[in-house]
Design a protein around this ligand. Structure first.
Ligand code: AHR
Length: 659
């Protein structure tokens, strides 16, 4: 009996192991809609210590002694240190005075803790700079060290240099430090030596010399490179909720973020106390990474800049009281900010704001084409606030495309209402946000297939798969983002841009996850979601192609076995993206129609991201940065029909060459 059962099972096995073939029909007769160069981009917000402590390479926290609760927050003062407030920079008036400590065996100085420590590397150079004076005239000498206060060695310092300051006038001084050791959590120590004459110090700064593109007020190279490697078509900044602020006073004020860094006033970061479970009382914006730097970075990485400005509404999540917002009748200064920003970005050097840009080092315009007004706003107050902006921008700059918002919801009454209002106001694009769970992403493959084509285009401005109970980066969530993005690609005539969010997170300072790129003080890693974005950007193609299974778009719909797919043309190449969201390998036959006479399709190379069942909820990490990365694979075939396999839990790009 046992033998009969085994024989039957053996006979049935080939049947049960036989996977159903899925025929994907790709029509090459006519190239579809052009794919906008802006389709895949990046969204930057100073959340999770993305700017100070992250992309902005400054290593000193509270460099201008302006933190409002404690001017010495981030510093440890010893000896005779006094905070004063009549310094040389009007908008950052505080500075410190260091005096002789009163005994030969006592010392006066300061330690700075940096952002979760100061990360330095052996063999690299660090530029220390400070504004200083000797108020009584003459000279005074400082010792400047990078130190490891946890060291068991004879010395704390990793390197030290002396800096002599002369005269009563404020001047900028600098020196280069070369740490003898790599350390992720060093401190900066400065103290009086020699005669120990009184000295005043302001804007104490430390940057790696080797920044992105070598800029002195520069960006962390590995993080900027991770952005450049995405080849993003659009770069949205500076947020996010920080555009709005916890209150209007603390909204992101772009005018405060340009001009000499020493005089850019500090701003509270809206993410300081957003979550009672994760407080960051030292989270401020130095504005060292400001609008000039954002535009400059856009240019350097080949993206169109997309600034988002406040529409006069403070963050609606944090403010129920209508008094928190600017009344419509008083919006003129906000509108002027938007008009001035266009002048700052695009104006001639003879215009007041064009001149500011030129003085900062960029006389040629940045050629900005888009502006967003308002972040995640809702209710009638939003269109009421937006309307006067639209009128003013259209009148002065009809060439600029205006981005409005559909609020924080991915669908529903408010979403529909705001879309309708954006149509009424003739916004060029509508910024949709969706941080949604697995089921949502699995169900949204066809989201844009039936969007009304007349009117504004879509900017999928913030999205990420947030699994209930698994709100961290992991492969499966990224896979569903890849699945969803087939629908973005198929509808590239409707979706003009899409940006995953948030972009950056410091492992010791995050408020929100998942995020695209993580780092500590010295290392960083790119998540699976980063690789998904990168693959879409790299294989963007020039035009959509029709791809169907049994006459229907492949959107993970019922009967489609968890498959999502889209196809694009790129010269003589065709890229077919297939996402298999299931745990079983699936056979696919790619069938090409609409070929010119004598034309043949050849299988080219393939590339894929895939995961086994056991690693589905994992991602890359600082210790294992390449646990997941795209792997090339080969598949073969020639003719009008070519077969291949879509591996279980995989995002694959099949390249075909049409000759
Ligand atoms: O990306 C994080 C936040 O999510 C953004 O600041 C906001 O726009 C959205 O609510």
């Amino acid at each position: 009996m046992k033998n009969i059962v085994l024989t039957l099972a053996a006979m049935l096995l080939p049947l049960s192991g036989w996977a159903q073939d899925h025929q994907l029909d790709i029509n090459l007769k006519k190239a579809g809609a052009p794919i906008p160069s802006t389709l895949y981009g990046i969204f930057f917000e100073d959340i999770n210590y993305a700017a100070d402590g992250g992309l902005y390479a400054e290593l000193v926290k509270n460099r201008s002694f302006e933190f409002p609760n404690d001017a010495l927050q981030g510093w440890k003062a010893f000896g005779k240190v006094e905070v004063r407030n009549d310094g040389p920079f009007e908008r950052n008036p505080h500075y410190v005075r260091l005096q002789e400590p009163g005994h030969p065996q006592r010392w006066t100085g300061l330690d700075n803790e940096g952002f979760f420590g100061i990360g330095v590397e052996e063999g690299k150079a660090y530029r220390f700079s400070v504004w200083a004076r000797v108020p009584d005239g003459g000279a005074s000498t400082l010792r400047v060290e990078l130190a490891n206060t946890a060291s068991m060695g004879e010395n704390h310092f990793l390197c030290q240099e002396n800096l002599t300051v002369t005269g009563k006038e404020w001047k900028k001084y600098q020196l280069i430090l070369h740490p003898a050791q790599t350390l992720d959590k060093s401190i900066l120590r400065i103290f009086l030596i020699g005669e120990r004459n009184t000295i005043d110090l302001e804007h104490v700064s430390l940057f790696p010399v080797d920044t992105w593109m070598g800029h002195v007020n520069g960006l962390r190279k590995d993080l900027a490179q991770a952005l450049a490697d995405l080849k993003p078509g659009i770069f949205r900044f500076p947020g996010g909720c920080i555009v709005e602020g916890t209150d209007l006073v603390t909204r992101y004020n772009w005018k405060n973020s340009v001009g000499p860094v020493e005089n850019r006033p500090l701003n509270e970061n809206r993410w300081e106390f957003s979550f009672p479970s994760r407080f960051y009382p030292d989270y401020y914006q130095s504005y060292g990474l400001g609008f000039y730097e954002f535009f400059q970075l856009s240019e350097e990485i080949g993206s169109e800049p997309l600034p988002i400005l406040s529409c006069g509404l403070a963050c609606q999540f944090q403010n129920d009281d209508e008094k928190a917002h600017c009344p419509v009748a008083e919006l003129q200064p906000f509108i002027q900010d938007a008009l001035d920003l266009i002048e700052f970005a695009n104006g001639d050097v003879t215009t007041p704001w064009g001149k500011v840009r030129a003085e900062m080092g960029h006389p040629t315009p940045f050629n900005m084409k888009y502006i967003g007004i308002g972040n995640e706003q809702w209710d009638a107050v939003y269109p009421e606030h937006l309307e006067p902006f639209v009128k003013a921008i259209r009148a002065a700059h009809p060439e600029i495309k205006i981005v409005g918002s559909s609020g924080p919801n991915s669908e529903g009454e408010q979403f529909d209402y705001l879309w309708q209002e954006m149509r009424r106001l003739k916004a060029d694009l509508v910024d949709e946000h969706f941080y949604r769970p697995y089921e949502w992403f699995l169900a949204q493959g066809a989201r844009y297939d039936n969007y009304e084509r007349k009117g504004p285009k879509v900017f999928a401005g913030e999205y990420a798969c947030h699994a209930n109970g698994k709100k961290w980066n992991h492969f499966y969530a990224s896979l569903l983002e890849a699945a969803f993005m087939t629908g973005i690609e198929r509808n590239a005539d409707m979706v003009e841009m899409a940006t995953y969010a948030p972009l950056f997170a410091h492992v010791e300072g995050w408020q929100w996850r998942p995020d695209l790129i993580w780092y500590d003080n010295l290392r960083s890693f790119r998540t699976v979601s980063w690789h998904v974005q990168q693959l879409y950007g790299k294989y963007r193609g020039s035009n959509c192609l029709s791809l169907t299974m049994n006459g229907a778009n492949v959107t993970g719909a019922e009967g489609q076995d968890g498959l999502f797919a889209s196809a694009v043309l790129d010269g003589e190449k065709v890229y077919v993206k297939v996402v298999n969201t299931t745990g079983k390998d699936q056979d696919i036959t790619f069938t090409f129609t609409g070929l010119k006479k004598k034309a043949l399709v050849n299988a080219g190379e393939g590339i894929r991201l895939s995961s086994g069942e056991s690693e589905l909820y994992k991602d890359n990490s600082l210790d294992a940065p390449v646990l997941f990365q795209p792997t090339p694979f080969s598949f073969e075939g020639e003719g009008k029909s070519i077969s291949a396999t879509a591996q279980s839990y995989s995002f694959s790009i099949f390249t075909f060459v049409v000759k």
